[in-house]
Design a protein around this ligand. Structure first.
Ligand code: ZN
Ligand code: ZN
Length: 318
């Protein structure tokens, strides 16, 4: 099958081995998949992953243990837990000690014609969520995770740092939750999108950090984001870290102690809430699509997705 693979180098492979579904697994024919910063970081060495990239997808079930699923349009959760370890038994299966993660850890991903996934990872899509929206379910779920971890109210000062793919999803989720959120970014066209959504925004160049924000959500995808977030957060404030980067950088953590900052790491989130929000058109994701490209152009598509200011690049399998 055709696939975009990483093995010391990124390559389009027209004859990659098709996945063989084993017990409990489903074979999904991928319709389209989204490129995310995590994919770009993997190519820089993050997670030491080898194989087919990609974890944001929408597809159609081809075969599997549950015949009722065949032909259904689905999205899939990306963490595949063992179900037996202490963390799984404690209800923390996203943190399973033995997990594999689609296109990130020990499991071939969705930048391919077919992907093999556990049946329990799948969510059948309602008709009201089209393919272009569905491909955003995984990152939108990650945006909803912030609401699970931090309490927001209308009196707080909240900043989303970064106007990229994830930052613009997090900002919309927080706005819908009634938080007076502000986005700080570098790209005038992205900040104009915020204005369209009635979300306040400021150019990074105009910011003088005043240690006055109750909550700062770092969606910069860069190692420098945390440092600025710590300058923006008020004493006893909260910094939520959404960025995963291959290369850290030396960071002075003294401000965390002096200002008694709470740092919350935040990763994957609730798929159901993301699907519901998309079905009810509460989140504008279509404005985030930068370009659609064929899987054959996967290497160029990844290069494009890594350029500053480029939002979502979709890979089409057809
Ligand atoms: Zn992602
Ligand atoms: Zn487990």
């Amino acid at each position: 099958m055709r696939a975009l693979t990483f093995d010391t180098a990124l390559a389009f492979n027209p004859r990659y081995r098709e996945p063989l579904p084993t017990d409990g697994d489903v074979l999904v024919k991928v319709r389209q998949a989204g490129i995310c910063t995590t994919d770009l970081e993997i190519v820089k060495g993050y997670m030491n992953f080898r194989g087919v990239l990609g974890h944001e997808f929408v597809g159609e079930v081809v075969s599997g243990p549950d015949k009722k699923l065949v032909g259904e349009r689905v999205v899939g959760e990306i963490n595949f837990p063992c179900g037996r370890c202490d963390l799984c038994l404690a209800g923390l299966s996203n943190h399973c000690r033995n997990r594999s993660v689609l296109g990130i850890l020990n499991h071939d991903g969705a930048f391919a014609e077919f992907v093999r996934v556990p049946v329990h990872s799948l969510h059948v899509l309602p008709k009201s969520v089209d393919d272009d929206s569905a491909v955003f379910v995984e990152p939108l779920a990650a945006a909803f995770q912030v609401l699970k971890q931090v309490k927001f109210d209308a009196r707080q000062w909240v900043t989303v740092l970064g106007d990229g793919r994830l930052g613009l999803l997090v900002a919309q989720v927080l706005r819908n939750a009634g938080s007076p959120v502000r986005v700080i970014g570098k790209h005038p066209d992205k900040l104009a999108l915020c204005e369209k959504w009635q979300i306040r925004s400021r150019a990074l160049a105009d910011i003088v950090p005043r240690h006055d924000q109750d909550v700062v959500v770092d969606c910069t995808g860069s190692a420098a984001g945390l440092e600025l977030a710590l300058q923006l957060a008020r004493p006893r404030g909260t910094v939520v870290l959404k960025s995963t980067v291959a290369q850290g950088k030396p960071l002075n953590l003294a401000p965390v102690v002096v200002d008694e900052i709470t740092i919350v790491g935040s990763r994957c989130g609730p798929f159901r809430e993301a699907i519901r929000a998309l079905a009810q058109k509460e989140i504008d994701v279509v404005s985030l699509i930068h370009r659609r490209m064929k899987i054959e152009q996967g290497v160029e598509a990844m290069e494009l997705a890594g350029r500053p200011g480029v939002l979502k690049v979709l890979l089409l399998m057809e």
